[in-house]
Design a binder for this molecule. Structure first.
Ligand code: SAH
Ligand code: SF4
Ligand code: F3S
Length: 442
């Protein structure tokens, strides 16, 4: 093949959506005969897949892009491509190319399947290719994909988001909700089973609204039950759930499907009904707590994680105290905490009562303390328990050890033979750290 001995480097910011897109870009390049490299200096193609959910994601990307200028000067044949959510923002591509004229290809989230064509075009015409689709098309099935892991895989079940939370840019850069057909999802999972995969995570910005746009209609609970029937898959996870759409049939599907793991990511975002309303979340504090109670009652020992935004416009000290008390009441296993970041084009960006940075940071630190204390306490409860662990590979910090996850998603490090990778084993938890557990094979 003509691209043999040529390498590409790909760097990805943002969420699993972007990671999956990068795996598909990788798949396309491997099909063209390229190899992946972890070193930019060894690459003939460099791709940056960008995120714009918060300002700091953008700043990191700018830093990395600026550093490529020298590389391109030393190696003019290098092709630099940038893509992802940031490129979908109005005027962004034109602005970028003015400041960084050495970029060769710019495309967005709706046309990444066309990357091989852009690559050809830039070689033939020797000028920058910029192509952003403003609107999402249907779903493109059957793209090659080069997955990071050979044990667990993300399977996107729907694209886009219809919710327009007032702080969030995702609906503007990822388009409206589009569900994949259940038979396409099923086929992808069956192919993964044939390749030896043991765990899948069903992905979408709001998986609970899966299927609303399909004919015949199917809902997320029904999809979970269908996927649960597929032979060979050991574990099923899903994210993200929206509290407003988490219905009882989904809770019962988690309870009754043996492969669906006892884990849920249910972003609360704020602790007071007042802020939730201004965020356009469509649930109150009481409704969230009520849903949590139902979940815990039906699925005991379920591990619960959440996202929280601090410093949303208009957040008062009382609002803030309400998130602290909610965190204590729910007892989250994990909470991702974010400082509110203004995003152009979103309603919250225009709100008048923006919170000063020092207040945001001080509240953020106070929240972190409560969150960390709560999570450490939840982990401590695992000491002495025997857990089923899916062994994923060598431990990140100590390659003489193995790492894997419990059904509840907790990371466990333990001593064991490399042959156990990909297997389900019982591990006794002997010590809990704040963000991981130490175990011993039973
Ligand atoms: N669809 C998912 C994830 C969206 S992005 C969901 O609805 O939960 C992941 C998280 O980023 C969000 O849950 C939110 O907590 C955070 N986030 C989104 N926009 C933000 C902003 N402008 N500032 C700070 N955090 C933000
Ligand atoms: Fe953003 Fe809200 Fe959609 Fe999540 S549900 S992606 S926070 S708009
Ligand atoms: Fe970022 Fe796009 Fe995901 S903005 S969080 S990569 S959907």
């Amino acid at each position: 093949m003509k691209n043999i001995n040529k390498n590409y480097y790909i760097e990805t910011w943002g969420c699993q959506m972007n990671e999956e897109d990068s795996e598909k870009l990788s798949g396309m390049l491997l099909n063209l005969g390229y190899s992946k490299t972890e070193e930019k200096t060894k690459a003939e193609i460099i791709i940056f897949n960008t995120c714009c959910v918060r300002e700091n994601a953008e700043l990191k990307f700018y830093g990395s892009l600026g550093a490529l200028k020298r590389l391109k000067k030393e190696k003019p044949e290098l092709i630099i491509a940038i893509c992802g959510c940031m490129m979908q923002q109005e005027g962004m591509a034109q602005k970028l190319i003015k400041t960084y004229p050495f970029v060769d290809i710019i495309f967005g989230t709706h046309n990444s399947h066309m990357f091989p064509e852009y690559l050809n075009r830039v070689r033939q015409e020797a000028k920058t290719v910029i192509e952003i689709f403003n609107k999402e098309d249907g779903i493109i099935e059957g793209l090659p994909i080069d997955r990071e892991s050979s044990i667990k895989a993300f399977v996107t079940i729907m694209y886009g988001c219809n919710n327009f939370c007032t702080y969030c840019i995702v609906p503007y850069v990822r388009g409206r909700e589009r569900s994949r057909k259940p038979e396409d999802i099923q086929k992808e999972i069956e192919d993964l089973v044939k390749k030896g995969y043991k765990e899948i995570t069903l992905l979408g910005q709001n998986v609970n609204s899966y299927g609303k746009d399909l004919e015949p209609k199917i809902n997320f609970g029904e999809l979970l039950r269908e996927v649960n029937k597929i032979d060979g898959i050991e574990r099923i996870r899903f994210m993200t759930s929206h509290p407003k759409d988490l219905t009882e049939d989904v809770i019962f599907a988690i309870k009754e499907c043996e492969k669906v793991c006892e884990q849920i990511h249910l972003p609360v975002q704020a602790g007071s009904s007042n802020l939730l309303k201004r965020m356009n979340r469509h649930y109150t504090r009481e409704q969230y707590l009520d849903t949590m109670q139902k979940v815990k009652k039906e699925v005991p020992n379920i591990s619960i994680s959440t996202d929280i935004i601090i410093g949303f416009p208009g957040e008062t000290e009382e609002d803030f105290l309400e998130i602290l008390s909610l965190v204590k009441e729910v007892e989250f296993d994990l909470a991702f905490t974010y400082i509110y970041s203004k995003r152009k084009g979103t309603p919250a960006d225009e709100m008048e009562d923006q919170i000063p940075d020092d207040v945001k940071h001080s509240r953020f630190n106070r929240l972190l303390e409560v969150v960390n204390e709560g999570c450490a306490k939840k982990n401590k409860e695992y000491e002495g328990r025997v857990c089923e662990v899916l062994v994923e590979g060598p431990s990140k910090n100590d390659i003489t050890k193995l790492m894997g996850r419990t059904r509840s998603g907790k990371l466990v490090n333990f001593e064991g033979n490399l042959e156990l990778i990909g297997k389900l084993i019982d591990v006794t938890i002997i010590k809990a750290h704040s963000f991981s557990l130490i175990g011993e094979i039973k």
